[in-house]
Design a protein around this ligand. Structure first.
Ligand code: AMP
Length: 317
């Protein structure tokens, strides 16, 4: 902490206080100065309405970098025409407190005009890995994600960026983006953070009514059912998927968009679980679309709830 004289008054400056930057030039200047000091910059891109999952990404970035930038930008480019851009939950006051308490150095908070000034017409498309899973129902979504992430990489000039495995396909697409376009940045995937009852944390959980919140537990239970099938020695993809789908079908308020087994690196569909295999789900609970996933046959798998922790670990070891 130190006193700084600026014009007529003195300002109390906390050296570890988080600062907020809203313009791209200011962000790039800050990044250049940090790099000139030899600091390693970590980036955590978010859309705000933060929860413990986002905070875990900041902690992961802190472990790998000297300074951490968290961005909040509700990116219009990744929302389809009929999707929830307008009603996406926002609470910048609480987000600021959470990020500051988590040890974030900079909150980067550009608005849509700053991110996409007039005349903007360049996008980044990662091809194959974005076609299936969520890409089938949301054909323009990943182009929006990879475009804004490429822009954030150039704005924040980070050495390392952390993304959640909750959005597994997004993480795979961003790894591909970084390799294919030679971004000099390390991409880190962080484990899914769950509520005590197993529901994967998500900003969109705020949309759920109490009965929908209860119904939403079918996602993690569905993953558990598949993991238990694998534990019993099942390798046939159709039977494993049937076990997962049954749990969703048994829940009244739900509509399954997809339950898919895929190679976790290429995201190509597979018909058997003979190696670590991604099981990814998208389920509509009333008007809310939720996603979840796990990697079957992997010792790195997280349990979806405390209750099933031991069986999941055994199943997936
Ligand atoms: P969002 O604000 O939903 O765009 O998410 C920003 C980042 O937080 C993405 O990298 C997400 O994958 C990650 N994230 C969201 N929910 C979770 C969670 N429950 N656990 C871990 N990471 C998450």
């Amino acid at each position: 902490m130190f006193w700084e004289r600026s014009g007529l008054c003195s300002v109390l400056v906390f050296e570890d206080a988080m600062i907020t930057i809203t313009d791209v030039t200011g962000m790039q200047r800050w990044a250049d100065a940090s790099r000139a000091r030899g600091q390693r910059i970590g980036l955590v891109p978010t859309m705000g309405y933060l929860h413990a999952g986002h905070v875990s990404l900041v902690a992961a970035a802190r472990r790998r970098a000297d300074v951490v930038v968290a961005s909040i930008f509700v990116n219009p480019l990744q929302f389809g025409a009929s999707e929830d851009l307008e009603r996406y939950p926002r609470d910048i006051g609480q987000d600021t407190q959470l990020l500051s308490a988590a040890g974030t150095d900079v909150l980067f908070l550009p608005d849509a005009k700053e991110m996409y000034p007039e005349g903007f017409q360049t996008t980044v498309t990662v091809e194959r890995v974005t076609r299936g899973l969520c890409g089938a129902a949301r054909p323009t979504h990943f182009r929006g994600v990879t475009t804004v992430v490429a822009k954030l990489f150039n704005m924040v000039k980070a050495h390392v960026a952390v993304f959640g495995q909750k959005d597994f396909q997004q993480l795979v697409a961003i790894r591909r983006l970084a390799v294919d376009l030679n971004f000099d940045i390390e991409i880190v995937g962080a484990p899914i953070v769950r509520e005590p009852d197993g529901l994967a944390m998500s900003s969109r959980n705020a949309y759920l009514s109490p009965s929908e919140r209860q119904a939403a537990l079918c996602l993690s239970r569905s993953l558990d059912a598949a993991a238990q099938a694998v534990q019993r020695g099942e390798t046939d993809g159709l039977r494993i998927l049937a076990a997962a789908r049954r749990v969703i079908a048994d829940e009244a308020l739900t509509r399954l968009e997809y339950a898919t087994l895929a190679d976790p690196d290429t995201l190509e569909e597979v018909s058997a679980v003979s190696a670590p295999t991604l099981l990814a789900l998208a389920v509509h609970i009333g008007k809310t679309r939720l996603i979840d996933n796990c990697v079957l046959g992997s010792d790195k798998l997280q349990a979806t709830s405390g209750k099933h922790e031991s069986s999941r670990h055994k199943a997936l070891a």
